[in-house]
Design a protein around this ligand. Structure first.
Ligand SMILES: Cc1ncc(COP(=O)(O)O)c(C=O)c1O
Length: 402
């Protein structure tokens, strides 16, 4: 008998990367040595000062609900971060603390999307995005993007795909991009953001920019940043960010959003009802993220991710992988396997299956991120240390350079 679940849940796809992790863990439980290059989270544990601040908050008895919008001190600290790192002055009232970027994406989707309405997003892209829209009984409009578009939505693509017919219930209402993106690491330049915002505004829609990989951007030596925030250009876009990646707090479940003034009452109403409060302990811990000592440690970790990328990327190219876009940041390399002509699996899933089951190297198949050319793409996450990456490279050289 069909289980009595709602259609909107039946329509949601499982998160394959989680399934891949489960299989890798099962193999490890059987005693196999697995190199984890599938995990979308830093392998470093949370910085000691942050952990201590969390424990101190617990010891002080900070165990009760906090404000639905988040601790005021943390919202102020984030506003200061935008001022010091981006030179933009954001009213802390426009910053809401959320349960990860995931919570921010859920709030924004619930705020903007009515049943039947559509949201533009890239294929390939973060796999949960279409599901947030499906949950609202909206339509994810997946726009195929390749190297010719820098793996991002462009103003032209927005114009081409925006749906605005006589029935407003079917309109496109928003576009969601991530910069740098998952799985490609592709970032939107300042110029690209300007024209994207203008194109979305022209359609009277909303632009949502997921900046979760900011901080993990690969900047030239001595430079303060290699990416632009949409907040530097407009106060009318929605920004999603998180303590998960650069700040290394995935398991604490803490993120934030920055919204235009008009959106605040609606978002607050939603947050009160959906979450009541974020983890109070985690918020006190996160206050420690912005001290100079913690920032120094986090920056050193960022530089380590860059070193790993610089090691892995040319090694993959030498083996026959094609990297259609060199990442500007993030934790991933998106690689094309078509030069292997099906020798190690006829598509990205069987290729990943082969590498995991036969050689103990866990990757994520491109099919996790969409349909467009995804059969020939795989994602390498450089979320394991240099020794393990070197070990995996040597193993792969023996497999692919026969
Ligand atoms: C692009 C993107 N957005 C959002 C998330 C969700 O992150 P979290 O909820 O841990 O902040 C992820 C996680 O991998 C991601 O890659």
């Amino acid at each position: 008998m069909k289980p009595p679940i709602s259609q909107r849940v039946a329509d949601i796809q499982p998160f394959q990367v989680v399934e891949m992790l489960a299989r890798a863990k099962a193999l490890e439980a059987e005693g196999r040595d697995i190199v984890h290059m599938q995990a979308g989270e830093p392998d470093f544990t949370t910085a000691p000062d942050i952990v201590e601040a969390g424990m101190a908050a617990l010891a002080r008895g900070e165990t009760q609900y906090s404000d639905a919008n988040g601790l005021w001190a943390l919202r102020q600290a984030i506003a200061n971060y935008y001022l010091s790192d981006y030179g933009v002055d954001i009213d802390p009232r426009r910053i809401m603390i959320t349960p990860g970027a995931s919570g921010a994406l859920l709030l924004i989707s619930a705020l903007l999307v009515d049943q039947g309405q559509a949201v533009l997003m890239t294929d390939p892209g973060y796999p949960c995005n279409p599901n947030f829209i499906r949950l609202m009984e909206g339509t994810p409009q997946l726009v195929p993007v390749g190297p010719e578009h820098g793996f991002q939505l462009t103003a032209d693509l927005v114009k081409q795909h925006w749906r605005s017919d006589s029935d407003e219930h079917r309109h496109t209402v928003a576009a969601v991009v991530a910069s740098p993106a998952n799985p490609t690491g592709a970032a939107l330049s300042r110029e690209a953001l300007v024209s994207l915002q203008a194109a979305v505004e022209q359609q009277q829609g909303q632009l949502v920019v997921d900046e979760i990989y900011h901080g993990l951007d690969f900047r030239p030596e001595g430079a303060t940043r290699a990416v632009t925030s949409i907040l530097e250009l407009t106060d009318q876009a929605f920004v999603v960010n998180s303590f998960s990646k650069y700040f290394g707090m995935t398991g604490w479940r803490l993120g934030w959003l920055v919204a235009p003034e008009w959106a605040l009452p609606g978002l607050e109403k939603l947050a009160q009802n959906l979450f009541i409060s974020m983890s109070t302990m985690a918020q006190h811990a996160a206050l420690q993220c912005f001290t100079p000592a913690t920032r120094q440690l986090l920056d050193a970790r960022r530089d380590e991710f860059k070193r790993r990328c610089d090691l892995l990327l040319p090694a993959l190219e030498a083996m026959g992988f094609v990297i259609p876009h060199y990442p500007e940041g993030g934790l991933y390399i998106y690689a094309d396997i078509s030069r292997f002509n099906g020798r190690f699996g006829h598509n990205s899933q069987t290729f990943c299956h082969f590498l995991l089951e036969e050689h103990g190297i866990a990757l994520t198949p491109g099919t996790d991120f969409g349909d467009y050319r995804s059969d020939t793409m795989v994602r390498f996450a450089f979320t394991t240390n240099i020794e393990r990456i070197t070990f995996a490279i040597e193993k792969m050289q023996r497999i692919f350079e026969l």
